[in-house]
Design a protein around this ligand. Structure first.
Ligand code: 26Q
Length: 812
């Protein structure tokens, strides 16, 4: 396709769809037109990919995740199709700015944070590696809430992302399946003497899949992300007459639970989990049956991945289908299940480990509960005599009237992995130590990664241009080639180009801040960024206390030699997480106090950006000078924004937590500011029970002065919230050791302040961060899952009907 062809097709499609010319059309109409050209172009490749997979008869992976967080798809699809430059230019010749169209697309925000975004980075990489892998999840009608600040408090509004339709999805009515929820079950022998379930009552819901093409990076592969939506099945129409009854059904796939790393324990949540698990596993089995392979070989063709425990019922649902419907004996079914399933753990926070009461599980999926009981019974039987009694009691699935989902996932699979080296080690030594004793070979590490192309080529064209000019463009396909940049660390011209690119990105963010908040920020100031969900363990509070300290210092001495800084926050708090919301309020009030104070010579600004999401991340990350990764050591499983910020040249200030450890190994100690307790020091405090925040508060004058501002009126309008946070620190002994790490954090911040003043050294550090970020490409991560866990291989494309090899072009 050339530019002229594209312009012609675009104008023709616009006329067909809207009976309009380019000058009359709104951005939305133009967006719809471009999107429809793209989907028609890749749908051929999509169909071909399905066909290739079917014919190749190779193993496929299915990534089950209750969250996917792709953000906007227009530009990433254009990039992956190889159309981005041509379309940008073609549109521009028609008087259209591509970015204005892209702006119209709502973020697809069917996820809370890291876990959902990781799933989407993986979907991109799986397709880009030509691997046969599919996503399976829920098509929520409402994504993660929109965050607004009213009187500096967080307020949540619904995210009606489907209001103008979704041009990337295809409703596949023919692939719908039925899911049974609720009712009773009892077992009886059928006419052949086989034990069969008899179901009574409950609801039979129709699960309808909406498929979205996952376009690989310039390789012709288009994989499928399948999201399920609930409908009333036609046969059951008359049972759901009243509005209330219909509502009860529709609720099932209506909203994404906004609780990040906190167990909600709600029946609707459990129903959501069973709904997408059952629909997904049923559709996989239906597909497999069409292949006419023996059911005993299913483990050679299917891999199912359980992303955190939310889809852990895959284990029992797969057993149900094999035993009840395919009539396999229990043992054969169990061996197959373990070989098909694998599980990733994303958290060590106790409150995030899912447990469901027996009663609730019985009432949502009674047959699944029976099967879990039998799995548990056999587990105890098998382990008795092999392991000691207490160990078995601690590891069994059902304990104290609760079903432990992580136990189900580990026992029912062949692989359990953590998401960074440190995290995987902690799983073995602490969190899942008991299971490690039983199944040492199942445990492995898969350090997270990020979709490099989105976080450089799309989010940071300025940097991408500098890279092309300096090291050529091989890094676009092969992120490890970013290392070539190290050859230029003494090249002033290159350092200057990097500096200019960063400045350009900072100016763009500064404009956004000015436009949306009326705050003027100095683009030569240090842009210091903390962007992630609001959580006590992530310690936004530590950042805040340091800001307050700087402010007090400047009030005392306005001539203090510190580089001007802009502290930028982006964070949503779970609506029910009172403490996190109080932190937001206090940061906002502190920001107002500081931003209005003219006596500190504009040396400090604090900006809390509303509604942090993927699109905002794409704006903030390229403009960041400093990346705040300051969770209490041992608490952050991995982190992934740390990788994105590093890739964009930000200097990390970090504890030795999650993937920060591997970032330090990649760049070396001179190119990162490490501070704080180590994981083993934290565990020593737990063991010795000898931490006293009150003592630190009493004895450290600086800390005393800073912490007191929470309750002494220094910060206006925070009467209750200030007290609440003060109490968490002093009265309730500072659960996340904020005060213990405070001084060390301030020194690390001071070293950052110094380094920034030595411009050349700063740019070199930044360059080394970019150069060493290649190893965190999710292409690599996904390759390791493919090799070690799923055992899947790329499917090589055939020539399609038009005689075109499916490796490069998408035709109009
Ligand atoms: C559980 C039960 C009920 C309701 C909600 C939940 C729930 C929802 C989301 C529990 C956890 C989550 C999300 C967890 C998450 O995002 N974890 C992050 O995963 C990233 C990818 O591996 C890591 O980089 C982060 O360190 C980790 O915090």
């Amino acid at each position: 396709m050339n530019k002229t062809e594209f312009k012609q097709s675009f104008s023709r499609r616009l006329a067909e769809k809207f009976a309009m010319g380019v000058t009359d059309a709104s951005p939305n109409e133009l967006y719809q037109t471009l999107g429809s050209l793209m989907t028609s172009a890749y749908s051929q490749n999509w169909q071909q990919t399905w066909k290739d997979y079917r014919e190749a008869e190779q193993k496929q992976a299915y990534y089950f995740s209750i969250e996917f967080l792709p953000g906007k798809m227009l530009k990433s699809n254009l990039l992956n199709m190889g159309w981005l430059d041509l379309v940008t230019e073609g549109l521009s010749e028609l008087g259209i700015n591509l970015d204005d169209l892209a702006e119209v697309e709502p973020d697809m925000a069917l996820g809370n944070g890291g876990l959902g975004r990781l799933a989407s980075c993986f979907m991109d990489s799986i397709a880009s590696m030509g691997l046969p892998g599919n996503g399976n999840g829920i098509r929520y009608k409402y994504g993660l809430f929109k965050q607004r600040f009213v009187d500096n408090y967080q307020v949540e509004l619904p995210d009606e992302w489907l209001q103008n339709g979704n041009l990337w999805e295809v409703r596949k009515e023919s692939k719908a399946v039925d899911v049974r929820i609720g009712g009773d079950v009892y077992m009886s022998h059928d006419e052949f003497g086989i034990l069969k379930p008899n179901y009574h009552g409950g609801m039979i819901l129709r699960a309808v899949p909406y498929d979205t093409g996952m376009v690989g990076y310039q390789n012709g592969t288009v994989n499928t992300m399948r999201l399920w939506s609930v409908e009333i099945s036609p046969e059951e129409e008359e049972r759901y007459r009243s509005i209330e009854d219909r509502r009860a059904v529709e609720d099932l796939t209506s909203v994404l639970y906004p609780d990040d790393s906190n167990e909600a324990g709600r029946k609707l949540r459990l129903s959501q989990e069973y709904f997408f698990v059952s629909a997904g596993v049923q559709s996989i089995l239906r597909y497999y049956k069409q292949l006419n392979k023996p059911i005993d070989d299913i483990n050679q063709y299917i891999a199912i991945h359980i992303n955190d425990t939310h889809p852990a019922m895959c284990v029992a649902e797969f057993m149900r289908l094999l035993v009840d419907e395919q009539e396999l004996g229990w043992e054969r079914a169990w061996n197959l299940t373990q070989e098909v399933m694998s599980y990733t753990n994303h958290t060590i926070m106790a409150e995030a480990l899912e447990k469901w009461s027996i009663n609730m599980m019985k009432s949502v999926c009674p047959r699944i509960y029976q099967i879990i009981e039998e799995i548990d019974r056999r587990f105890v039987e098998e382990m008795t005599g092999v392991h000691d009694f207490d160990l078995i009691q601690r590891t069994r699935i059902i304990q104290n009237n609760q079903v432990h989902m992580a136990h189900l996932a580990i026992i029912g699979s062949h692989s359990t992995n953590g998401v960074a080296k440190l995290h995987s080690d902690l799983l073995k030594s602490v969190v899942l130590h008991d299971f490690y004793l039983i199944y040492p070979a199942r445990f492995n590490n898969k350090t997270n990664g990020i979709a490099m192309r989105r976080w450089t080529q799309l989010a940071n064209p300025a940097l991408s241009k500098v890279l092309d000019k300096t090291i050529g463009n091989s890094w676009r396909k092969k992120p490890s080639d970013l290392r070539l940049l190290l050859n230029y660390e003494e090249d002033d011209q290159v350092l200057d180009m990097l500096d200019q690119a960063k400045l350009e990105n900072k100016a763009r963010l500064a404009n956004y801040i000015q436009e949306h908040y009326g705050i003027k920020v100095n683009t030569h100031a240090i842009f210091d960024v903390q962007i992630k969900r609001l959580h006590a363990y992530k310690r936004q509070l530590l950042n805040l206390l340091h800001i307050i300290k700087l402010y007090l210092d400047l009030k005392e001495n306005p001539e203090l030699p510190i580089e001007p800084r802009v502290f930028i926050f982006g964070a949503k708090a779970a609506p029910s997480y009172h403490y996190a919301k109080s932190i937001i309020k206090v940061i906002n009030e502190t920001a107002r106090l500081i931003n209005q104070d003219t006596t500190i010579n504009d040396k400090l600004k604090v900006v809390f950006l509303e509604n942090y999401n993927v699109s905002l991340a794409e704006r903030i990350i390229p403009a960041a000078d400093v990346s705040e990764q300051i969770s209490l050591a041992s608490k952050e499983a991995s982190g992934t924004s740390n990788m994105k910020l590093m890739l964009n040249g930000a200097v990390t200030i970090a504890t030795l937590d999650g993937a920060n450890v591997e970032i330090r190994d990649a760049v070396g100690d001179e190119n990162i500011a490490i501070f704080g307790l180590t994981e083993s020091e934290v565990y020593q405090y737990y063991e010795n029970k000898n931490y006293s925040s009150a003592e630190i508060y009493r004895e450290n004058a600086v800390i005393h002065k800073v912490v007191k501002t929470l309750i002494d009126g220094t910060i206006p309008n925070i009467f209750a919230e200030g007290q609440e946070i003060f109490d968490s620190l002093i009265k309730y002994n500072d659960e996340f050791f904020v005060l213990r790490d405070f001084e060390d954090y301030c020194s690390a911040q001071e070293s950052v302040n110094q380094a920034y003043q030595e411009k050349r050294r700063w740019l070199q550090i930044s360059l080394r961060n970019i150069a060493n970020a290649g190893r965190f490409s999710s292409d690599n991560t996904v390759q390791r899952y493919a090799d070690d866990i799923w055992q899947i291989e790329p499917v090589f494309a055939h020539e399609d009907d038009r005689g075109v090899t499916q490796h490069d072009s998408y035709l109009l």
